[in-house]
Design a protein around this ligand. Structure first.
Ligand code: ZN
Length: 250
């Protein structure tokens, strides 16, 4: 089994509320690029936490083996960010993790603040496949830190065989653009994000935030296997989002 369950995306966010919590948390979430200025502010903002803060991460369910595996995997982000990932006892935290069989999902960055109760992240306890589980944890924590899906990068240019992807997701062959199932697939795979949402960093097929791409879902022999570790760009992008203060020169 080479393919982890692709994580679900959340399209039910109230954009205005998302914008407000993002800017309140970290004013740098207000994009200032030329591309962003052309757009309405809401929906085009970043979702990063305030650099330097402590992010409390709680578990609302899951056994100790699950918690240990999550903490071990997620900690790979820690050296690259000026944020303290503090795993706490009890169920109160900005990030609240549920062990949910069959589901991988996380709120994106500060959107977690819009969820007043219950989990902000679901992780399927697939501990029988440790490397794939760890990759999924890294991916979901990437979302929790504010990262978007890399395969939706405006320059990704994946030669999708759309008919094959639709068929695999049970979309009727004659479904039109308004078909609910088709729109869900479009959101997850095909609708590329605006360039301003990536701060113009180049497309990175090795990103932990990239879905694996099955060869039989593409034209020709294009495929991308599951990325299992943080890429250099993953590290650099997060370091840029969560910078350390510049040291005062004497
Ligand atoms: Zn994802």
């Amino acid at each position: 089994m080479n393919f982890a369950m692709p994580c679900l995306t959340d399209t039910s966010i109230n954009l205005q509320a998302s914008y407000q919590v993002a800017i309140n948390e970290n004013p740098a979430n207000q994009r200032s690029t030329a591309a962003a200025r052309k757009k309405r502010a809401a929906g085009n903002h970043a979702h990063f936490w305030a650099p330097g803060r402590t992010l409390r991460i709680a578990f609302v369910s899951g056994d100790q083996a699950f918690k240990d595996a999550v903490i071990a995997a997620a900690s790979a982000w820690q050296p690259h960010i000026n944020l303290l990932l503090e795993f706490v006892e009890g169920s109160a935290g900005e990030i609240r993790i549920s062990s949910t069989p069959g589901v991988y999902w996380s709120a994106i960055g500060t959107n977690a603040l819009l969820i007043e109760e219950g989990p902000t992240m679901h992780l399927s306890p697939d501990l029988h496949a440790p490397a794939i589980f760890a990759a999924s944890v890294l991916h979901e924590f990437g979302h929790a830190l504010g990262a978007e899906h890399e395969h939706l990068h405006p320059e990704s240019n994946i030669p999708w065989n759309k008919a094959a992807v639709y068929a695999a997701h049970g979309v009727a062959a004659d479904a039109d653009e308004d078909d609910y199932a088709r729109r869900a697939v479009d959101e997850r795979y095909f609708n590329l994000l605006d360039a301003s949402q990536f701060d113009y960093s180049p497309y990175d097929p090795q990103s932990i935030m990239h879905y694996p791409v099955r060869q039989d879902w593409t034209l020709g022999d294009f495929r991308i296997d599951l990325n299992r570790v943080l890429s250099e760009k993953d590290k650099a992008s997060m370091a840029k989002a969560y910078p350390h203060p510049v040291a005062q020169s004497a």
